[in-house]
Ligand binder design. Sequence first.
Ligand code: 5GP
Length: 142
Amino acid sequence: MAEVYDPGNIFAKILRGEIPSHRVYEDDAVIAFMDVMPQGPGHTLVVPKAPSRNLLDANPSTFGPLFTVVQKVALAAKKALDADGVTILQFNEPASGQTVYHLHVHVIPRFDGIPLKPHSGGMEKPEVLAGNAEKIRAALGS
Ligand code: 5GP
């Protein structure tokens, strides 16, 4: 498979508003929304608006705004879910486990003694995603 950016990827569609998401944050450069197959409660994806497949082909100017929001969302999700810690994950190309080819960073609240669920496992109920998004939005605003 050629390693080129495909504007038809699912996150590009979310960025263009063509499909819905449970959004928690947006600024000029970055959006964040709930992962529909969370590896734990409050699993959020932080996505730069600039198109790149992943970290390997991204313009380095993307990373400052992106990781500023990763930290904001990590702090808010930890507070909102009353978590003990936060795992940050980021995958590049199929061999690494990447499944959606628009750069994104996973922010996953963690709880002592509770393992992560599988990557791209089962779909969460929309009402659970909406509830966690609301809590994280509230924590971002405070
Ligand atoms: P990757 O494997 O590329 O690092 O992660 C892609 C993530 O996107 C997975 O965790 C998967 O659950 C999530 N995902 C896949 N399709 C959708 C979707 O349509 N909406 C949202 N919000 N997340 C998705």
